[in-house]
Design a protein around this ligand. Structure first.
Ligand code: VGL
Ligand code: ZN
Length: 210
């Protein structure tokens, strides 16, 4: 079935940055396979927003910031549990840049997230304390954009948290599953789909847009 798109639809392209692509410091397996499909998808949308993971050096989500800690360990922070990551998407580095193969000249807004040293931010709407807002909900609402299709990296973290928060903020959210790739540590991908299903996030495939 071909998806009919209208003026209230927007494509959210999550974190298509070098550090999440093969060769990057937090490489997501197969991340490079979705660059071309996302370019094709984006050309079907009048409205496109990108997100960009954007951390200062010494960010609280980096294992290297916590003496003795290792990447992918879970720690407890004042705002709740936090997975520790390899250093990634450090402001001003190549790893924080979008893939040069990404071809979305009509992108309208780029939402940067995770730039506060002491709070991580997976979601494009709110940081991991679930209180600090990025401003994206207000932007979308003011523009009359109501239905969000979400693709990019990684399915089980920034894509899932963005889609869940979108529903929470009163938008319709649909993840284009095969236009995402997952980190999938400790069952995180299955957990993310369970949470998304419970939240009412939709799930579709690229073929739906051809
Ligand atoms: C992401 C872990 C840390 C993501 C960002 O884009 O899914 N994951 N920072
Ligand atoms: Zn990050």
């Amino acid at each position: 079935m071909t998806q009919r798109l209208g003026v209230e639809d927007v494509l959210i392209v999550v974190d298509m940055q070098y550090d999440f692509l093969p060769g990057g410091s937090l490489a997501v397996a197969g991340g490079d396979e979705i660059v071309e499909p996302i370019n094709a998808l984006a050309h079907r949308f009048d409205n496109v927003v990108q997100t960009q993971d954007w951390h200062p050096a010494g960010h609280i989500s980096f294992a290297s910031t916590h003496p003795g800690a290792k990447p992918f360990e879970l720690i407890e922070l004042p705002y709740g549990p936090q997975v520790l990551w390899p250093d990634h998407c450090v402001i001003g580095t190549k790893g924080a840049q979008f893939s040069a193969l990404l071809d979305i000249p009509h992108v309208q807004t780029i939402v940067r997230k995770g730039y506060r040293e002491t709070i991580d931010s997976y979601s494009a709407f709110a940081e991991n304390d679930h209180r600090t807002r990025t401003g994206l909900a207000g932007y979308l609402r003011e523009r009359g954009l109501k239905r969000l299709f979400v693709c990019g990296l990684a399915t089980d973290y920034c894509v899932a948290w963005t889609a869940e928060d979108a529903v929470d903020a009163g938008f319709e959210a649909i993840v284009i599953e095969d236009a995402t790739r997952a980190i999938d540590n400790d069952g995180s991908l299955e957990n993310a789909w369970t949470r998304m299903r419970a939240a009412g996030v939709g799930r579709t495939q690229i073929a739906d847009f051809l």
